[in-house]
Design a protein around this ligand. Structure first.
Ligand SMILES: [Fe+2]
Ligand SMILES: [Fe+2]
Length: 383
């Protein structure tokens, strides 16, 4: 068995043996001796990990497996296969807790190996997070940013001014149906990647609003920074981080179609105005599709960022769990909106925002992602 990361050998072992148990259960039957053997090994490895830590969470992010905020090197075929098996069972998150019984793990193996759209069940010490089964964005190849590109970005000058003006222009082009090339968005994201390598706390590099009609662009820049910081904290890097940044920078692209007087209205919106406002998701997503070479996750982020973790919100797509990238954008979006001076509300203090994020954790926001987000912010805890 390959061991791509020192210190993760037990986790890699858990994945490898679980994968072997599930694959064999699919091939033979869940009670086959071969399945039992792999199950016992997986259990031994997992029990060992759970002695060091009382809880271990496996999270699938696109085609990566993140274990306790550390990406598991995707060099192993076991990891790739395991991600596919989880996707097949519509499972995006598994949390194992100390005290786990082998019977619980056996049930998980049986459920994940069953044919058809069966329900994969949680147990007292295996808690599952489920996603709707649907088309997910294609996995962009993992590749790092080429050095010549980094040099070009470094020569672009101050990150914020460049990004803000550039983004404003790109958004305006989208409105005029002068569909901008994807390279424009790439440049913005690259500049943040460069900024992030300096280990600066994300709050310190957020853009500040100069005038209310600049809000959409300032906000897009900030949501981009805050979403990329979250993704990076989950261990995502390279091409995937880059695509997530593009998605976040474009999440509100559809706002260019909403009249300024609605966007900046001081009072409550009428029903008709709300219809306009809400249309920015679908309209933005539709426009984004026209950008050649745009990562699919950008379309998904624009469409889903107002769908809450519990499936409510808009647009209404039935019982729909937004993708993890959209869930990260939603947190960054709410955070930046609450911190900003708007015609209809003043900025909220950080402690109050933290309190709201925690209160809405589990309904509006993914609790794991809220904790990940709060960890990376350098602000006082509201608790
Ligand atoms: Fe939005
Ligand atoms: Fe937004």
């Amino acid at each position: 068995m390959s061991d791509p990361r020192p210190g993760q050998s037990s986790i890699v072992g858990v994945v490898a043996y679980l994968n072997a148990a599930i694959s064999n259960a699919r091939l033979y039957a869940a009670d086959h001796p071969q399945v039992r053997r792999y199950l016992e090994r997986a259990y031994t490895e997992l029990a060992q990990c759970l002695r060091a830590k009382s809880e271990i969470t496996f999270l699938t992010v696109d085609q990566d497996l993140v274990v306790d905020n550390q990406p598991l090197a995707a060099t192993s075929a076991h990891v790739t296969q395991f991600i596919q098996l989880l996707a097949r069972g519509a499972v995006e998150r598994i949390t194992f807790t100390a005290g786990l019984k082998i019977a619980e793990l056996a049930q998980l193996v049986a459920d994940l190996s069953a044919d058809g759209q069966t329900t994969v069940r949680s147990t007292p010490r295996i808690q599952l997070g489920k996603v709707q089964v649907r088309v997910t964005p294609s996995a962009a190849a993992l590749q790092d940013i080429p050095p010549e590109m980094q040099d070009r970005i470094a020569a672009m000058g101050p990150v914020r001014d460049y990004s803000l003006d550039q983004l404003k222009e790109l958004y305006h082009n989208l409105k005029a149906s002068r569909i901008p090339p994807v390279s424009g968005f790439e440049g913005i994201v690259q500049s943040f990647v460069m900024g992030m390598t300096g280990n600066v706390p994300p709050l310190q590099i957020l853009a500040h609003l100069k005038s209310s009609d600049e809000y959409t662009f300032t906000h897009a820049v900030n949501v981009c920074i805050l979403t990329m910081a979250q993704a990076e904290a989950l261990g995502i890097g390279g091409r995937k981080l880059h695509d997530i940044g593009i998605a976040a920078s474009l999440h509100d692209a559809g706002k260019v179609f909403v009249p300024e007087e609605i966007l900046n209205k001081p009072g409550k919106l009428t029903q008709e105005e709300w219809v306009h406002m809400r249309s920015h998701t679908v309209r933005g997503a539709r426009q984004i599709l026209r950008i050649e070479g745009i990562p699919k996750v950008a379309f998904i982020g624009a469409l889903e960022h107002h769908i809450r973790y519990d499936g409510s919100g808009y647009p209404s797509l039935g019982k729909w769990r937004p993708s993890l990238v959209s869930q990260m954008i939603a947190i960054a979006d709410a955070f930046d909106a609450m911190r900003s001076q708007r015609p209809y509300q003043g900025p909220k203090p950080d402690a109050q925002i933290v309190e709201i994020l925690r209160k809405d954790s589990g309904t509006a926001f993914n609790p794991l992602l809220v904790e990940n987000f709060l960890r990376l912010l350098d602000i006082d805890d509201a608790r």
